[in-house]
Write a protein that binds this ligand. Structure first.
Ligand code: GLU
Length: 476
């Protein structure tokens, strides 16, 4: 965890922000306006459980309302506090700006260990928390739209959506009050995998430019790259799964709360996940070495390190020993500001959180648009697209026959080409496009400006400039 000598998470985010604005030409007033968190609402509420009243503390922080609604997840964890929620809300502002999701930044948290409660209890707690937030417009389709984060998922989002709908019976857009809902409750295909998928698309884009690969001291493609992942939750699991199954990467290490697994020949991500679900941890998993001290494995030799768990795991105490030449921050804030300085000086390339894990909010944006338009993506055009493709295939077939059948279209090609895109394909295409464009905007700044030597500063520059432009355009 973060060393006592290190700044808090929020201060860390501010320090990184300050590094970037020092290279910009913003008026000090505007700079301050963008940096500060607009409001944090703290709620303490009681729920009668197991015969007695238990009091819970929750937060919803709004960092910037330059665009509305504001957006960001709700986290359930015992360590949730105001500082953390404000840091995460600030990151949401920059994240949304960078990937051009038209939202301000917000974040929520409930101080709770969700594993201590059964489903029915969690539902009551969640509904009560949602009630407290909704009655103050902290959950609202046009003002503040939460989503899943650590410790929450589709189930909690469905309860929140239903709670809001009960309180706003005539709101035709009620379902758009929260994203990350299950498909049968107004969700969108591909939201669960979105953040991990975004990490995969981010790495693919990184490996498209030889200059970037060289900066990290790597060669070649993702194929055969040795990856260590910390945290096999929703984000880490999907990132590791897709990178190993689709890009030829080798998952040599998986770090979990009860230690780490290690295998030079590569771990079967699905099998490890199934083991964790069954036994509650990685211990005892066959076909791999087990290390008790998981955190030490962060320092092991690999090509790419993916911290996909908590903030502050790479800090002053271990940064100098991190061997990975490339780190992609799937979690929010895994590298402290102090560690960031050390790694930057060592030449480690870091693909920063505000970009690397933006896949989640990107697909949340698609879900919100779907909810507001009240129609599934692809419903109108899919069959029409197929019919037009059929025309081309029929015509080519005729030409081929006229030429004596010297060339015929393969069945595999026809099958792939004829199929109109469904919602999942459209979501993936939109996500891929978003991740590529956002990366390119960081890359341009990284390579073009002599005073920017890392992707994080580049990301902040692009994001802050967008937020500033929006404030300038509309006035404060
Ligand atoms: N909690 C996720 C994040 O940190 C998703 C937020 C959202 O979809 O609004 O980006």
């Amino acid at each position: 965890m973060t060393q006592p000598t290190e700044p808090s998470f929020r201060e860390s985010v501010d320090l990184m922000f300050n590094r970037a604005v020092a290279l910009m030409d913003l008026s000090p007033g505007l700079e301050e306006k963008i940096r500060v968190c607009n409001a944090t609402y703290t709620v303490r509420f009681g729920v009668r459980l197991r015969g007695k009243i238990q009091t819970f503390t929750g937060y919803r922080s709004v960092h910037s309302e330059h665009k509305e609604p504001v957006k960001g997840g709700i986290r359930y964890a015992i360590g949730v506090n105001q500082d953390e929620v404000e840091a995460l809300a600030a990151l949401m502002t920059y994240k949304c700006a960078l990937v051009e999701a038209p939202f301000g930044g917000s974040k929520g948290g409930l101080r709770i260990d969700p594993r201590q409660y059964d489903e029915h209890e969690l539902e009551r707690i969640t509904r009560r928390f949602a009630y407290e937030l909704a009655k103050r417009d902290m959950i609202h389709p046009s003002q503040n739209v939460p989503a899943p984060d650590m410790g929450t998922g589709e189930r909690e989002m469905a309860w929140i959506a239903d709670q809001y709908a009960r309180m706003n019976t005539t709101d035709i857009n009620a379902i758009a009050c929260v994203t990350g809902k299950p498909l049968n409750a107004g969700g969108i295909s591909g939201r669960v995998e979105a953040t991990g998928r975004g990490v995969q698309y981010a790495l693919r884009e990184f490996f498209r430019d030889p200059r970037d690969i060289e900066k990290a001291g790597l060669t070649g493609t993702l194929d055969g790259k040795r990856i260590i992942v910390q945290g096999l939750g929703n984000v880490g699991f999907h990132a590791a799964k897709f990178l190993s199954e689709e890009d030829g990467a080798i998952i040599t290490g998986i770090i979990e709360h009860d230690g780490a697994l290690f295998s030079e020949k590569g771990l079967d991500v699905e099998a490890v996940r199934a083991w964790i679900v069954k036994y509650g941890g990685v211990k005892g998993f066959p076909d791999a070495l087990h290390a008790e001290n998981g955190a030490a494995v962060l320092e092991s030799d690999c090509d790419i390190l993916i911290p996909a768990a908590l903030e502050g795991v790479i800090n002053l105490s271990n940064a100098a020993r991190i061997k990975a030449p490339l780190i992609i921050e799937a979690a929010n804030g895994p590298v402290t500001a102090g560690a960031d300085d050390i790694l930057r000086n060592k030449g480690t390339v870091i693909i920063p959180d505000m970009y690397a894990n933006a896949g989640g909010v990107t697909v949340s944006y698609f879900e919100w648009v779907k909810n507001l338009s009240h129609i599934r993506f692809g419903r109108m055009q899919r069959r029409q697209e197929e019919a037009r493709h059929q025309l081309v295939v029929d015509e080519l077939q005729k030409i081929s026959e006229a030429m004596g059948n010297t060339y015929t279209l393969s069945d595999r090609f026809k099958q792939k080409y004829l199929r109109g895109a469904d919602e999942l394909e459209l979501v993936r295409s939109g996500l891929d496009d978003t991740m590529r464009i956002a990366y390119q905007s960081m890359r341009d700044v990284w390579h073009a400006r002599g005073d920017v030597d890392d992707l994080r500063t580049a990301a902040y520059l692009v994001a802050i400039e967008k937020v500033a432009a929006s404030y300038r355009a509309k006035g404060l």
